[in-house]
Design a protein around this ligand. Structure first.
Ligand SMILES: [Zn+2]
Length: 350
């Protein structure tokens, strides 16, 4: 072979001619249970009015503003998010707070107390980010595991308050593998070397996921939402086992259309069996109407072999996705009914 193209220049265009459905609006009102208006120290979404225009255009009734990570005091992030978004539009936004890890070395009740302060300021849930279990270390330099007993009072507090705990545990399985010619996320990891968690300084993927399972089991009175299909969209069998075992466990589907859509038969069975336990989420920010429409097309149509991003890029891997053609009663649950149960006070039907 002469003059082989570099992999990065290879952009094949499919010659397949199959039905292409344009889904402008979702069949039911949508609650985006996982998105970010503020990320890592800065506002990541437009001003509330511009964001509301996108939401209205895309049929998104409510958006959960999830605080994930950053250098700032989580309580002040809650205050600012409520002031900018939820305060002026209380029926359109939900706010989730992150733990104040600076309090980890204090008394075990202090994390729970600070979360209660966040709730008093308007937070409607807690978000644990992937730093927990992966990179977060305590004062003695030890990795803090997802099921660390020092978090127990915080988990119990969320349960007492009737508020959910969203947990983003681990990351795609391939991020934990060597970066070589067999890695299915090779190009993505080249672009984001900081997402590569292979090596002795990181715990193995499976241990983080098992720790999540232990956490959810240990707190049956607390509602947990496993972000990104419970962190294991590559193995829905595992996630399904956990959903069967733990009635207090839900998952959001954010950021995983690429994974779900390349296994349409398995994913469809998963959505049908766990229709009561899956929350819609986008986790792309700032959100666009077209980004939402890709997900609607995936959930609602039986279109085949299409792009999982609106711009046709394949950042997560070189494959296409297939629609699930879900029935109306499942769509209604995933789009908004389940979120209405999980987030108390969220006006989703209105
Ligand atoms: Zn997120």
């Amino acid at each position: 072979m002469v003059n082989a193209l570099p992999l990065s220049d290879y952009r094949p265009r499919t010659k397949l001619e199959v039905r292409r459905t344009q889904v402008e609006r979702p069949r039911f009102p949508v609650v985006d249970a996982h998105n970010h208006v503020y990320f890592n120290g800065q506002w990541s979404s437009p001003e509330p009015d511009a964001l509301l225009r996108v939401m209205d255009e895309a049929g998104v009734r409510v958006l959960a503003c999830v605080d994930a990570a950053g250098p700032d005091d989580p309580l002040s992030v809650v205050r600012d998010t409520v002031r900018r978004f939820k305060g002026p539009h209380p029926d359109r936004f939900i706010v989730l707070a992150r733990p104040d890890w600076r309090l980890l070395s204090g008394s075990s009740a202090s994390l729970a107390r600070r979360f209660a302060d966040c709730v008093a300021e308007g937070a409607q849930g807690l978000k644990l980010w992937k730093d927990l279990g992966l990179t977060l270390r305590d004062g003695t330099g030890n990795l803090v595991r997802v099921n660390d007993p020092r978090l127990d009072p915080l988990m119990s507090k969320a349960g007492e308050l009737g508020l959910p705990v969203m947990v983003h545990a681990a990351d795609p399985v391939a991020f934990f593998d060597p970066l070589d010619a067999t890695n299915e996320r090779y190009e993505e990891l080249l672009a984001h070397p900081d997402w590569h968690f292979h090596g002795s300084q990181f715990p193995p993927f499976r241990r983080i996921i098992e720790d999540l399972r232990d956490l959810v089991r240990r707190h049956p009175k607390t509602i947990f939402i496993g972000a990104h299909v419970g962190g294991y969209a590559e193995k829905l069998d595992y996630v399904g086992g956990m959903l069967r075992e733990c009635p207090n466990y839900y998952v959001d589907m954010s950021g995983r259309v690429a994974e779900l859509g390349r296994q349409p038969y398995t994913a469809r069975r998963f959505f049908l069996e766990f229709a009561d336990r899956i929350l819609f989420g986008l986790d792309s920010f700032p959100p666009t109407a077209d980004a939402y429409r890709v997900v609607y097309r995936f959930l609602e149509t039986e279109d085949e072999y299409f792009d999982y991003t609106p711009d046709g890029l394949e950042p997560q891997g070189r494959w296409k996705v297939y629609g699930l053609d879900l029935p109306d009663e499942v769509l209604a649950k995933v789009y908004y009914e389940n979120a209405g149960r999980v987030f108390p006070g969220a006006n989703v039907a209105g």
